[in-house]
Every structure is written in structure tokens, then in C-alpha cells.
Design a protein around this ligand. Structure first.
Ligand code: TRP
Length: 345
């Protein structure tokens, strides 16, 4: 296999109500990767429209995700921050991948089944083909590493299958074009950390979600300190004190969730948190969690608000990032066309 330079790509959908799950499961880990890797972080507006979005809201939400990236500490000068629709190679490569991926592969995607539910007949074709676009996002940059939440693992496996099938189907042409062995890397998911899956504050068996009707079920990145404190105090718990070791969290989903959140915010392991709080009642643990959450999320929330007041600043970052993204994706797409046999001028 050809060796590829390590490169990170990931994306967040601008569908509103950014919450703690998006932060701990994705954005915070994007921030951490900057020190060791070249990173490309995308606001995936084309993924968002797989379900209908109000145009004014879509634009607002695209700026909000960008503001969250920046407020969390992503350096848009060193790395690339942009929105998907400004780089046409995503759509171009996605079409090619529509012709590489098999129906049977997509039929197995659990997220489509969950999202479409009984309404599959009335879902957009885009929602069904969404994982192919995601593969194109990653592979248009020959990205090798993809920090994502647990729920995206299956889509990453599909991206690898697509890359592999393209490499096999066009093996001869790929060699002929001068690539010794394989054109696309097989991208690896990076699913690490104490809170790769943040659960609802009201029900430890459900994912924290922007669409939960109860706002108390989630901490929004835009929440102020008082709101964060109130939501944590009202979070569901059980009557027992915290265990001293991780196995004690088994069958205690709410306790496990709050400990996971604490650990992720404090950059500690769950074991370390339990070593400190084992034996404590929630009446003692919750105030500590409130302090930590307000300390970490408060400044980020205010920075996001400040950035959101300056639309042209954000739009300029996205324009500059998109231009840089195109300089990477354009030559790769040119090679794809050559490999496939498309005439180019
Ligand atoms: N599907 C991802 C989500 O819903 C977002 C996404 C789109 C993405 N393209 C990507 C994540 C490429 C990683 C890499 O969370």
C-alpha cells in the first residue's frame, strides 16, 4: 500500500442547537488533534440539507458551527476551516462514489434506518446516499484519520470499503497513472476519550440530541452559566453514592454519563474521576460538575456569541478556508477523472 501523509478530516452538520455531545464527541477532539496533525475541519452544509432546512437558519447555523470551532480553539490559520458547499469537489467525488458503493452496503446503514424510520419512502435520496458524500469529504483530501463520535463508526467503515473498491476496480488504471499501489488511503476512525457518546441528562439510555423536546435533556453550547447549573442540578440520577471503580457504573447509565462528562471536561479518565469522587453522593458531585462545566463551557459560549456578531469575519474565514481546501481537493479530483477515463481539457 502506498503510504499517505497523515491528515485529519472531520465535519459537523449545521443543523442547530450545538450541544455538549457535539463538543465532547467531536469539536473538543478536533482541537486536540491540531498539535499532532495537519487538520481540515468542515461545516457540512450539504449533509444538512438531506433533511429540509430553513435557508436563513442554515446560514445562521453554518456560522454558529464555525464560531464554535474557533471559540473552542481551532486555529484557522494553521489548519483549514471551511464549509462544504464552497468546494465543488465534494459533490463531484460523491457522484463517483454513488457509482462505486453498492445498494446492499447502504441498505445496512443503521443511521438511515433510525432517521428515516417508517418514513423511508418519503426520505430524500440524499439522506440515503449521505454516507457516500461523507466518504467523498474524507477522500477528496486523501485524509487518513477521522475523529468522530461512536455513531459514525459504521459510516467510516463504509468509507474504507468505498476506498478499497475504487482501488481494486481501477487498479490497472491507477498503476497506469503512476500511482504505484492504491489511490485512496483507507481512513481510520479515531473514537477515543471518556465521552464519545454523551447521553441525555434526563434519560441515560438516550443520546443527547438537538431534537429532544426537553431542553433540560441537553447542555447547549450557547447556554449561560445559570442555565448550565440548573440543567446539571436537575439531571436525572439514582439514589446511590458514586462507586470507586468503573465496573460499579454498570447498569447505572445516568451516573456513568455524568462521570463521563466530568472526565471529558477535566481531561481525565473515568477511573481517575471515580478515584476522587467514589463514595460521594450526587449532592456533592453535581456542584463539582457545575463548577467544571461552567469553567470550561462558559468562556466558550461568550466567545461564540461575540464571533456570531461579526458575520463578515466568519464568512471571510470560510472563504479563505474553502480556497485552501480547493487547492488540495482539485488535483486529487483531476487524478480521479484521469483514472476513471473522463476526458479533461
Ligand atoms: N456524518 C457526520 C455526522 O453527522 C458529519 C460528517 C459529514 C463527517 N462528513 C464527515 C464526519 C466526514 C467526519 C468526516 O456527525
Amino acid at each position: 500500500m502506498t503510504s499517505f501523509t497523515p491528515r485529519v478530516f472531520s465535519g459537523v452538520q449545521p443543523t442547530g442547537n450545538l450541544h455538549l455531545g457535539n463538543f465532547l464527541g467531536a469539536i473538543k477532539r478536533f482541537v486536540d488533534m491540531q498539535h499532532s496533525h495537519e487538520c481540515i475541519y468542515c461545516v457540512v452544509d450539504m449533509h444538512a440539507i438531506t433533511v429540509w432546512q430553513d435557508p436563513a437558519e442554515l446560514a445562521r447555523n453554518t456560522r454558529e458551527v464555525t464560531a464554535a470551532y474557533l471559540a473552542a480553539g481551532i486555529d484557522a490559520k494553521k489548519h483549514i476551516v471551511f464549509n462544504q458547499s464552497q468546494v465543488p469537489q465534494h459533490a463531484e467525488l460523491a457522484w463517483v462514489f454513488n457509482c462505486v458503493a453498492r445498494m446492499g452496503w447502504l441498505n445496512r446503514m443503521t443511521q438511515f434506518k433510525d432517521k428515516a424510520g417508517k418514513n423511508a419512502e418519503n426520505s430524500s435520496v440524499g439522506l440515503y446516499a449521505y454516507p457516500n458524500l461523507m466518504a467523498a469529504d474524507i477522500l477528496a483530501y486523501h485524509a487518513t484519520h477521522v475523529p468522530v463520535g461512536e455513531d459514525q463508526k459504521q459510516h467510516l467503515e463504509l468509507s474504507r470499503d468505498i476506498a478499497q473498491k475504487f482501488n481494486n476496480d481501477f487498479a490497472k488504471s491507477i498503476k497506469g497513472a503512476g500511482f504505484s499501489d492504491g489511490f485512496f488511503p483507507l481512513p481510520e476512525p479515531l473514537i477515543t476519550g471518556a465521552a464519545t457518546r454523551v447521553m441525555s441528562l434526563k434519560d441515560g439510555s438516550k443520546k443527547m440530541s438537538k431534537s429532544d423536546p426537553s431542553d433540560l435533556s441537553r447542555i447547549n453550547l450557547a447556554d449561560d452559566a445559570d442555565t448550565i447549573a440548573r440543567k446539571i442540578k436537575k439531571a436525572r440520577t439514582d439514589p446511590d453514592p458514586l462507586p470507586s471503580e468503573e465496573p460499579g457504573l454498570k447498569d447505572r447509565p445516568e451516573a456513568a454519563n455524568l462521570v463521563g462528562i466530568y472526565a471529558a471536561l477535566a481531561d481525565k479518565s473515568k477511573a481517575e474521576v471515580l478515584a476522587e469522587f467514589g463514595g460521594s453522593q450526587f449532592s456533592a458531585f453535581k456542584p463539582a460538575l457545575v463548577d467544571l462545566a461552567v469553567d470550561k463551557l462558559g468562556p466558550m459560549g461568550s466567545e461564540m456569541k461575540k464571533l456570531m456578531d461579526d458575520k463578515s469575519y466568519i464568512d471571510n474565514i470560510l472563504a479563505a478556508g474553502s480556497a485552501r481546501a480547493r487547492t488540495i481537493a482539485e488535483p486529487i479530483m483531476q487524478d480521479v477523472k484521469k483514472i476513471i477515463g473522463f476526458i479533461r481539457s
